[in-house]
Design a protein around this ligand. Structure first.
Ligand code: PLP
Length: 379
């Protein structure tokens, strides 16, 4: 976590005079309310929003995405048919929410990606033009497994041209795409503090002025009646501190390390394949497949050596399901279960990459040799 975010988290969790509830009218409440307001301003500034009140704090990006999609459906479904357009490689927070809304009568159309994980803008334009139903497009700014960046600004413009609304799952963008700001055509956008140098368990939903969503939580007037419940003051204060520090992050250093890692893997490990190669990608994410190596075995081997990497999507770890992202890119189940995703942070160093490469080379070799032995025993 970003140093200033850590300090804010501690200050508003433990410090004696910061015990207030931001909804209380007494001095202690007012004191922490101003902390929440400051955090809202810092985040608004970081995202290029002129009105901080467009930000509604949530408990995670998953909650923000659920609120955007369900809130849109519940607000409109009694008066008209509601349709959602999305991509096959969205986070499960989007895909599973839309599956649920489909059972309630929503039309859901899921558009494919190509073998590099990219979108086809013509297909999106056609899908937008094909129906007069009230439509909400939900698209990620960048894919969390491959790092492939989507042309979300263009899709948002297309959506506007066809009178559709646009929700951006922007979780992977701030701090990983340089100069990321929300464009005017984005109606709703979801964020996660822990992907921006803040703590886990805090998120934000941007609801642009004049757009309405039904609230999912009832029982309080917090967050301008958009999300009832006492707000997480330490988490929000830390989110604000992380957002204030984010524009200073030097992306070129992370990009240089990522490029070095990818080049070295290509040179040192035969039968290695980088996903999304040639597509526009995030500065910090690399997704590899290694011939003859199960991702799970590799992940466990690297874990024993002290490296925290993921196979497939980290949000799905604990499950051994093949990655739906790689399946959508055309890989079979075996390949889609074998991915290794490496995400670099702002503090990683060249020495750490060298150590990681050494461990990776030896683990891939070990697994391949073991695989050969067991196949010769079986034969
Ligand atoms: N969307 C994307 C693209 C993500 O990468 C993630 C988590 O990594 C989420 C949504 C969910 O975020 P959260 O963990 O805050 O619920």
């Amino acid at each position: 976590m970003e140093q200033s975010a850590q300090s804010a988290l501690l200050l508003y969790s433990c410090e004696k005079n910061n015990f207030g509830n931001a909804s209380s009218v007494h001095w202690a409440g007012r004191k922490v309310k101003s902390v929440v307001d400051d955090a809202r301003e810092s985040l608004a500034h970081c995202l290029g929003l002129s009105d901080p009140n467009e930000i509604c704090f949530t408990g995670s990006a998953t909650e923000a995405i659920n609120t955007a999609l369900k809130g849109f459906f519940f607000h409109h479904f009694q008066s008209q048919k509601v349709r959602f357009l999305t991509s096959a490689v969205e986070h499960e927070a989007t895909l599973q929410t839309l599956e649920f809304l489909q059972t309630l009568g929503a039309t859901v159309e899921v558009l494919p990606v190509n073998a590099k994980g990219e979108l086809d803008l013509e297909q999106w334009e056609k899908a937008l033009a094909a129906s007069k139903e009230l439509t909400l497009v939900s698209l990620m700014a960048a894919n969390n497994e491959t790092g492939v960046i989507f042309p979300w600004e263009e899709v948002a413009k297309l959506a506007k041209r066809h009178q559709a609304f646009f929700h951006l799952d922007a979780v992977q963008a701030p701090g990983k795409i340089s100069q990321f700001h929300l464009s005017q055509e984005v109606d709703f956008a979801s964020f996660s503090a822990h992907k921006m140098g803040g703590p886990k368990g805090v998120g934000a939903l941007v609801i642009r002025k004049g757009r309405t969503l039904a609230s999912l939580m009832h029982g309080g007037a917090q967050e301008r009646k958009r999300r009832a419940g006492t707000v997480n003051v330490p988490g929000i204060a830390a989110f604000g501190a992380a957002a204030a520090a984010l524009p200073k992050r030097d992306l070129s250093k992370i990009l240089e390390l990522r490029n070095y890692l990818e080049k070295s893997v290509r040179e040192k490990i035969s039968g290695s394949h980088l996903q999304g190669e040639g597509a526009q990608r995030l500065a910090n994410t690399s997704n590899f497949l290694f011939d003859g190596v199960r991702g799970e075995a590799l992940l466990m081997g690297l874990d024993l050596e002290g490296y925290a990497v993921s196979s497939g999507s980290a949000c799905n770890s604990g499950s051994i399901l093949p990655s739906h992202v790689l399946l959508a890119m055309g890989f079979d189940k075996a390949a889609a279960s074998s991915a290794l995703r490496v995400s670099l942070g702002p503090d990683n160093t060249r020495e750490e990459i060298e150590g990681f490469l050494e461990a990776l080379v030896s683990q891939v070799e070990r697994i391949r040799v073991r695989g050969k032995k067991s196949s010769s025993i079986t034969a």
